[in-house]
Each structure stands twice: as C-alpha cells, then as structure tokens.
Design a protein around this ligand. Structure first.
Ligand code: AHM
Ligand code: MG
Length: 331
C-alpha cells in the first residue's frame, strides 16, 4: 500500500534538511488544527445557525459575521496553546494580541475567515496567514514586519479542504485533505509555479467598481480585458488560489472616482499585513509579483499600523509589470 506524505511529515523533513528547530513545526501544527476545526464548523454552519451576522461591527466599521468571530477565537486558542507566538495580529481584533511574550519565537498575522460576504451562501472562504520571526539575537521591539521578512505564508481554502503554503526561498506547495481530514500532498506533486502561458491567464476584480478606478487603471482594463477570461469569487483567498493555478492578475485598485466621494477608498480595500502581503509572498515564491497603486512592491512596504489598507495588483509578472508601467507613468 502506498501512503501519501502528510503536511507535517513534509515540514518535518524540510526543517531537518535545513537544520532548523522544530518550533516552526509546532506552530504549523496549531495552525492546521485551527483550520480543520473552522472547516468542520463551516460545513455544517447553516444547520447550527451560525452563518449570520454577529450583531457587532469591527474596528474597521464592517459588520462582523458570527463565523468570523468563531474562527478568530479558534485560531487564537490554538496559537496560544502552541507557546510559539509572541504576538498575533488578526483582522478581528483592533490591537495586536500578545500571546507568549517570553517564549514565543514567531509573529503571526492572519485573517481567520477571508471573504466574509460568502459566508451566508456557504461559498468558499479562506483562512490566510503569514509568519515572521522575532529578533532572536537582541531585544524585540515588536514592530510589524514587511512581507519580505516573512518566513512563510499560507491559505486554507474552506470548506474545499485545500491548503497552499509558501516557504521563504523554497517555493509553494499544495496539500489536499484526505478521507481522515489529514492534509497530504498528491503523488508527484511539484513546487507550484504560476503558468507562463498567457492563453491560460485570467483577470479577477470587482467589475462593478471599474468606473471608480483611476483613469489609468480604466484604460489598462480597456486595452487588456478582451484578451483574458474574467473570474471573481468575492473571496481573495479563492480568487488567488485559482490565479496560482492558471496565472493572470487579481486586482483591488484604489477607488478614487466614486459618484459618492465619501465612498472613495484611496488606499484600496484590502489589508496589507494579512491579505495583500500574504498573496504577495506566495506569488513571489511561485514566480509572480505584487504591487500597490504607486507601483511599489507590496513585499517592501513596512506596515505603519496593523489594519493598514492597500491597493493590490498581484499575479503573473508580465501583467503586473504592464499595469505598473501605466500606474507610474500616470497614463
Ligand atoms: P473581508 O476580509 O471582510 O472578507 O474582506 C476582504 C474581501 C476579499 O476576500 C475580497 O477579495 C474582497 O473583500 C471583495 O470585496 P468586494 O465585495 O468589494 O468585491
Ligand atoms: Mg479578509
């Protein structure tokens, strides 16, 4: 009988090959346990009546769904129990959460249930996270790390049961849940690289916002939209998951021309630390790239505050570079 390699087995050998401690393994074990539990609740959530609103708004003024809250509590519980995390930033808490200030070696930045508008429809959502390391050779000032300093970033697609992880300078790997809910790697599966065949590339953005984008972005869309298929799930985790397999570009540009100026979002919608930088890090390890509205590499932006927003253009390098040119030249 041929048994498939589990995620934990894969990571164990990775750590040993690189002569690294097992602390990272303990952390990832906690993260995958949380993901499985969230998935279990999500699948049967409608029967338990937990797929509606929680009746509160978060620090960003958005309605919190009950599942957002539950998923957040689950992740924080397992992170705390792991004893590996000095401090966590989660979409659902206004301030960073200190977990194991003495022994924790890692920072973790996460969105426990990305794509909240999909929850009430039982459609795919994602648990997105990034891991950075504390300063081990001197005092730690707890500053927020830029994407270029991440050690790993990953996305659990829920309830699909697929887990994608990028490891620094190592690549991107995809695991699927088997019958026992264990994440295993399919046989002969290789490091994931974004395909370079333009015929496969797809564009992904909320088209209802197009007229509110800058004129620059609108003219780029006019030039390119007929060359590619268009896909939009409404959950970055899912849209980016698809992009990794097919190539193309996901974008959430700045909203600058909204007919109701109070609805403009000059800094975009997505959060830098646990959404944009997670996709940027994974994209880099898969041969892609990610930039903001000014054409800066997302990975080079050090967050000034935990819930900082940014515009995002992520995907196949030729497409992202072509829109970068347009953004920089201002037309
Ligand atoms: P969330 O973290 O509250 O779920 O918001 C982030 C989500 C992304 O997953 C998705 O790409 C985007 O918001 C969709 O926004 P819109 O509904 O404006 O298209
Ligand atoms: Mg989100």
């Amino acid at each position: 009988m041929k048994l498939k390699q589990t995620f934990i087995d894969f990571m164990l050998h990775h750590q040993e090959r690189h002569k690294r401690s097992y602390n990272f393994l303990v952390l990832l074990e906690a993260i995958q346990t949380a993901a499985k539990y969230i998935q279990y609740l999500y699948k049967t959530g409608s029967l338990k009546n937990i797929m509606g609103e929680a009746g509160i708004t978060n620090v960003q003024g958005e309605n919190v769904m009950e599942m957002d809250d539950i998923a957040n509590a689950i992740v924080l519980h397992y992170l705390r129990r792991s004893n590996q995390v000095i401090c966590a930033v989660t979409e659902e808490e206004a301030e960073p959460v200190k977990l194991n200030e003495d022994g924790g070696r890692y920072f973790i930045y996460f969105d426990p249930l990305d794509g909240s508008s999909n929850i009430r429809h039982n459609l795919p959502v994602g648990f997105m996270f990034a891991v950075a390391k504390r300063n081990l050779s001197g005092p730690e000032d707890l500053h927020l790390r830029k994407g270029a300093d991440f050690r790993a970033a990953g996305i659990f697609l829920i309830p699909t049961g697929v887990f994608t992880i990028a490891l620094a300078n190592t690549g991107v790997f995809r695991f699927h849940q088997d019958e026992t809910m264990t994440y295993v790697i399919p046989e002969n599966s290789e490091r994931l690289i974004i395909p370079d065949d333009p015929k496969r590339w797809e564009l992904s953005f909320n088209a209802s916002n197009t007229k509110a984008f800058s004129k620059n972005v609108q003219s780029w869309i006019e030039k390119h939209e007929s060359k590619h298929s268009f896909r939009y799930l409404g959950a970055l985790a899912g849209d980016f998951h698809r992009l990794l397999s097919n190539g193309g570009m996901f974008m959430y540009p700045a909203i600058v021309n909204h007919p109701k100026p109070e609805k403009n979002r000059p800094n975009g919608k997505l959060r830098l630390l646990y959404e944009a930088a997670v996709t940027a890090f994974i994209a880099r390890e898969a041969g892609g790239i990610a930039i903001d509205e000014e054409g800066n590499d997302i990975l080079d932006i050090t967050p000034r505050y935990p819930h900082q927003r940014t515009a995002l253009y992520v995907g196949s390098s030729p497409l992202v570079e072509s829109i970068r040119k347009q953004l920089i030249n201002k037309g």
